[in-house]
Design a protein around this ligand. Structure first.
Ligand SMILES: [Ca+2]
Length: 72
């Protein structure tokens, strides 16, 4: 019984998703400092295409600081 409880608690812990947040802060991601994070800049710090497209709320092709901070 004790082993079962341990196994269940381990599985429960493993199922908790990683915290939803951009991998680095906006200033770090905006490598050229133009105030927008491009897809290339985002990919450099590990953001996927899908995350970028979802975060680009206005479809401008670049992320503002507000859009960047909304990355999940
Ligand atoms: Ca930039």
């Amino acid at each position: 019984m004790r082993k079962l409880m341990l196994a269940l608690s381990f599985l429960g812990f493993a199922a908790v998703p990683a915290l939803a947040a951009p991998p680095v802060d906006f200033a770090t991601a905006d490598a050229d400092g133009d105030g927008q994070v491009t897809l290339q800049e985002a990919q450099t710090v590990g953001v996927s295409d899908a995350q970028f497209t979802t975060a680009d709320a206005d479809g401008s092709g670049g992320l503002s600081e507000e859009e960047w901070n909304a990355i999940e």
